[in-house]
Design a protein around this ligand. Structure first.
Ligand code: CO8
Length: 374
């Protein structure tokens, strides 16, 4: 078995931000327009009026202050409420591949690797923009990587589950250098017209280089000590969009064809699962939770991270032990814990222990225990 390191990460940040104030202003305009359009039905008691959103609620319930998006105008247009992307011809680089190439090239540069050093490319995200060919193969060709590529999706745990795949591929000797990309264009599958969730997500792409320790040259290396993936079926976060929709003659604009969740239930059920998962994973390597210098947790909700970190070490989320990025990025599905790692690991010293952990739809929980190399 080979020793395995994370030797570089990269981040693609979209060009536009939407503040909570901008989001709520456009949402409330949409509510006014809808209620005016359906005034007669509302007056007749045949239809419930829509209720406005509020900045105070969003910040208190989630900790989110803004989000990055690839297209701002379409999302904020109260007569549209979803992004507008130009359809691309088959011979043009696709949108998901474009942002993955950006983040992937940055991760390779950080690791000091050339594209041709990569012998496995995993594109792992909560949604793929098409059925086939695999996004990973297009990204592999665009970057000039060798070997082979494949796509995988485990919603918010896509990145940590891909880390487990990369770790196993490298330590077994099957691969020498794996590039993981997590292009999360969440704006295209978020329901911007639903006030219960319209504030939750943002677009981004992260990338991670995982390689054999004896071949790594980066000044910044994190040895992977272990990874642990777990799933437990739940319908509490669900999106029924899929390739059978047409055959089922279902309405493509029906509410169940975009993101929906029972947020309260998710909160209550996932917090204890995540804390117990991390504790058990650390115990399997004979570590106490307090031995961990930093937790890079999934970034969905400030309150969730507060409870998870309190259960583990009695500390505060948003502090040195568990940095937050969701105030700036919102929930970026699988990319959240990787952004937290990317942004907040430079100050740690050789020997410091860290945990990258995701939790979300599935339910799915993935943890990766890493140690800074000297
Ligand atoms: N403005 C004002 N009031 C509001 C709003 C709003 N925008 N939204 C809801 N309210 C009201 C509600 O109607 C409710 O009113 P009432 O009490 O009268 O019924 C009240 O505020 C409280 O509502 P909630 O109980 O829903 O509020 P919560 O405190 O539970 O907060 C959250 C809602 C923020 C959604 C919270 O439950 C949460 O974050 N839960 C965790 C969810 C989570 O982590 N999910 C992970 C999903 S991400 C994932 O796994 C990836 C999925 C795949 C990617 C998909 C990409 C698009």
């Amino acid at each position: 078995m080979h020793s395995v390191v994370i030797s570089g990460t990269g981040l693609y940040q979209p060009p536009h931000t939407i503040s909570n104030a901008e989001l709520v202003e456009s949402f409330n305009r949409y509510v006014e327009l809808q209620n005016a359009q359906h005034a007669a039905a509302i007056a007749a008691g045949e239809r419930e009026p829509l209720t406005p959103s509020s900045v105070e609620f969003i910040e208190k319930a989630s900790g989110i202050k803004q989000r990055y998006v690839i297209d701002k105008a379409g999302v904020l247009d109260p007569t549209r409420m979803y992004p507008r992307f130009a359809e691309r011809a088959d011979d043009q680089l696709s949108l998901m591949a474009e942002i993955a190439v950006d983040a992937g090239a940055k991760a390779l540069a950080a690791a000091g690797k050339k594209p041709e050093d990569v012998d496995l490319l995993i594109c792992s995200a909560a949604n793929m923009q098409r059925a086939y060919p695999a996004m990973a193969v297009e990204i592999q060709q665009a970057l000039g990587c060798g070997g082979y590529g494949y796509d995988m999706n485990v919603a918010c745990s896509s990145a940590t589950f891909a880390l487990e795949q990369a770790y196993n591929a490298v330590r077994s000797g099957a691969s020498k250098c794996v590039l993981i990309v997590n292009p999360e264009i969440t704006s295209a599958h978020l329901e911007w017209k639903d006030r219960d969730c319209h504030f939750i997500f943002g677009d981004v792409c992260t990338a991670i280089v995982v390689e054999r320790a004896d071949l790594a040259t980066s000044a910044d290396q994190w040895e992977i000590l272990g990874s642990k993936a777990a799933t437990q079926f739940s319908n509490n976060i669900r999106n029924n969009f899929g390739f059978l929709n047409k055959a089922e003659d279902s309405d493509p604009d029906a509410r169940d064809k975009t993101f929906r969740q029972e947020g309260r239930k998710v909160f209550k059920e996932v917090v204890p699962l995540a804390a117990a998962h991390i504790e058990a994973h650390l115990a399997s390597l004979s570590f106490e939770p307090t031995a961990v210098r930093r937790y890079w947790l999934h970034q969905a909700n400030l309150g969730m991270n507060q409870l998870v970190i309190k259960k583990l070490v009695g500390g505060e989320a948003g502090s040195d032990v568990a940095p937050l990025i969701l105030d700036e990025f919102a929930n970026t599905a699988s990319a959240g814990s990787i952004i937290a790692f990317h942004r907040h690991h430079g100050d740690l010293a050789a020997g410091d222990l860290g945990v990258i952990c995701s939790f979300g739809a599935g339910y799915s929980i993935g943890s990766v225990i890493v140690r800074k190399r000297g």
